[in-house]
Design a protein around this ligand. Sequence first.
Ligand code: ZN
Length: 676
Amino acid sequence: MAAMENPLLADSELPRFGAITPEHVEPALREVLDAHREQIAALTRVSKPSFASVVEPLEAMQHRLTRTWSPVSHLNSVVNSPALRDSYNLCLPLLSDFQTDLAQSEPLYRAYARVAEQESASLTSAQRRLLELALRDFRLAGVALPRERKQRYKEIMTELTQLGAKFEENVLDATKAWSYPVSDRAMLAGLNDSIIAQAEKRAREAGQQGWLLGLDQPTYVAVLTDAESAQLRQAFYEAWSTRASDRGPNAGRWDNGPLMEKILALRHEAARLLDFANFAELALATRMARNPADVRELLDQLGAAARPAAERELAELTKFAGVEKLAPWDVSFWAEKLQRKLFSVSQEELRPYFPLPRVLQGLFGLVGRLFKISIRERQNAPTWHQDARLFDIENAAGAPVGSFYLDLYARSDKRSGAWMDECRGRMAFGGNRVRPVAYLVCNFLPPADGHPALLTHDDVVTLFHEFGHGLHHMLTSVDYPSIAGINGVAWDAVELPSQFLENFAWQPEVLQQLASHWQSGAPLPAATQQQLIGTRCFHAGLATLRQLEFALFDFQLHAEYDPARGARVLETLNDVRSRIAVIQPPDWNRFPHSFSHIFAGGYAAGYYSYKWAEVLAADAFAAFEESGVFNGQTAQRFLDSILSRGGSRDPLEAFIEFRGRKPDIAPLLRQHGMAS
Ligand code: ZN
């Protein structure tokens, strides 16, 4: 196939989504990688390497690779098909081979080291930081290892990439494979109309009578929260919490158990090859947290503050339900009922007040006011699905800053959850001028029956979260792709902008801009709004302990791995739970088997990052509370110190510059009503 015909190789401003087919994937990637290998070989022969002659060309190459590959991995996530999945999987080893070769290239390592040594004084601080991170990553990739160990390290990395992809596939397949047919309408009591309508449609499409409930996230959450039928809730809990495991309705069919064993063993081996004691220590080499003790200290501090609150909350809930002990599939249901009694407001009842168009308008207005930008939809841009839309951002002077795609509705061929991903990164040096472009993806209920998509407040918070990541990516002022936007940012600091922006979705002044009844246009009644805000502290102790449970499980799994004993996934989980949890799930619960964050995503020995970043975010937001939430100067300082700086500076220094001191956990505890 000629290059000109391959849309993945086109030099267009944006990906030509309509034209990309699975057949384009492998040839495009091979062509880019081959060209890059040649270019890199030439770079390693440069006699006097400089920032401009070696580093900048490599930055441009990585940018080009991302530009080619990001539409592929994006499509694989949002319009998954067997053919695309095959092409994608076929390419993963090619990609990983290339990245590993690059990261393990001794000539390049020496060239970078030489630039750092000889040119340092004349470079900008961002350029020096780029070199510092690159040299660190070279060393972490094993560049200084003897040949055999290096080869082994490379094999491990390739295998881990494939195992991660397989893990995620198993979860997706297991989720799609299960559904629950209902013939008696009474069984659906408690569920909201949109979930029921969707189930009816699904049954019709499958040629069945009645209703067919899927295991997609919105349906799962709605069933566990609202369904009056304990039988239905139990069936969903069982199916969800045994996905891709040796237990439950599809036991053994997509079992991730053996994959977890392998993944943990390989990670440990990789860490040992680089002379770290375990994978957790290797992971921390690139983080804001300096060592395992830092991590445990934070988690312990939060655990100590949350535990009494969680015990109180559970006792109150059990009493409210009028039982001796709550079953795990009853907790959300009774919690919702209790919350409704205490606050007379439910997520489902809030939907009519959060029509998507209004929420977007409010969100765009907010970030526009804070960061002096404006956002406009670009009509007729090619996308991958009729529901996906493209928006452009302009600065106060009317100059284009970046763009983003929104793809917000749940579909069966789409990965669950919500995320922001890079489509194009910012690049501005030499003759290169590229503006950042982001993908923002959620899984909300689509519009139906003549009404727009109606969001829960949880959905609104999710949207703000992803938009925070998006701003980090799109408002970057850094010129080099490897440290622009979210690139080069320590994993445990990368959730700062996202969780920071979430805070605004809880502010009365902001809620007034977001909420308006989709039919009557009436604002959210003041009492309801007050109640909604009150829900933020509701069961904060239980929620915190749950997150700490995941974080400690993940960290301990990687920090205490012992090859002689194997992964001990369930033992570790039980150990953590016995120390920290106040709700003990049944022993057939297989939550780890679908814990993609740590087995298929980038959060290995890093789940603690959510709490770590939450502390940073709450503390940063406290600066806005102190000065007024729309304070332009505070926003400008946040933009200048943190948001626009990407990976171009040390995250702790950036935080201290903005806040005038080190992070403090008090604002987070206060936010959750757990301050002592
Ligand atoms: Zn996030």
